[in-house]
Design a protein around this ligand. Structure first.
Ligand code: ADP
Ligand code: AMP
Length: 220
């Protein structure tokens, strides 16, 4: 199964991606987490990516495409992958298509989370994350103990780019550069749209149903 999670920042891709890949069957590739780890480690990639991320812009394709395609081609992803945060523009989508065609593999589906802008602002303003990238929300998904991850006990922080002025910028970048991918995949019959405003458990149930159907289709 080769799947893409598509939607605006804060749509719930990480929340659902963690659940869908918890059994370890599919390689979960989270572009934002890979980039944030590079920034934290101070690698050359991190140094170059940081200013773009802080500003809410996309990191240039030259830095991102090779990095993610390497993961798609890796041994870990040979039984399938879930991409979260990639592709984020049509050039990235085309690069992914070319890489998959070289590998003789296909995309099974694109899972698209539809969430309006005002809800995105509410979600990103209240989002808190653990060091490992686990996702909480101050109101809709609070940790058991204030400020601490339920799973590994690390402190929860607010991402630098989850501040109001950067949230608006990221949404504008989404509409301009990422949203065209909705049509790109719909035109090929790959798009599956989910009401991302439903409670997380409902979204998860709908996603699992669709992924099961895609698995059956893949087996034929
Ligand atoms: P993305 O990975 O698409 O940026 P996240 O999964 O990090 O989005 O979710 C953004 C915020 O919204 C988080 O604080 C998360 O807890 C919250 N959230 C995720 N799914 C839902 C949902 N279905 N209903 C309400 N809040 C949600
Ligand atoms: P995310 O965690 O998905 O919200 O991503 C955080 C930031 O990382 C984005 O605002 C971009 O600056 C950068 N980023 C993540 N994925 C990509 C991508 N596919 N292409 C370019 N930049 C990206």
């Amino acid at each position: 199964m080769n799947l893409i999670l598509l939607g605006p920042p804060g749509a719930g891709k990480g929340t659902q991606g963690e659940r869908l890949t918890a059994d370890g069957g599919l390689e979960y590739v989270v572009t934002g987490n890979i980039l944030r780890a590079a920034v934290k480690a101070g690698t050359e990639l991190g140094v170059q990516a940081k200013a773009f991320m802080d500003a809410g812009d996309l990191v240039p394709d030259e830095l991102v495409i090779g990095l993610i395609l390497e993961r798609v081609r890796s041994e870990e992803a040979k039984d399938g992958f879930v991409l979260d945060g990639f592709p984020r523009n049509v050039a990235q989508g085309e690069a992914l298509d070319a890489a998959l065609s070289d590998l003789g593999r296909d995309l099974n589906g694109v899972l698209y989370f539809d969430v309006p802008d005002d809800e995105i602002v509410r979600r990103l303003s209240g989002r808190r994350v653990s060091e490992a990238g686990r996702v909480y929300h101050l109101e809709s998904n609070p940790p058991k103990v204030d400020g601490v991850c339920d799973v590994d006990g690390t402190p929860l922080i607010q991402r630098d780019d989850d501040r109001p002025e950067t949230i608006r910028k990221r949404l504008a970048v989404y509409h301009e550069q990422t949203e065209p991918l909705v049509e790109y995949y719909a035109a090929r019959g790959l798009l599956h749209t989910f009401d991302g405003t439903a409670p997380a458990e409902e979204v998860e149930a709908h996603l699992r149903k669709t992924v099961s159907t895609l698995r059956l289709e893949d087996a034929v």
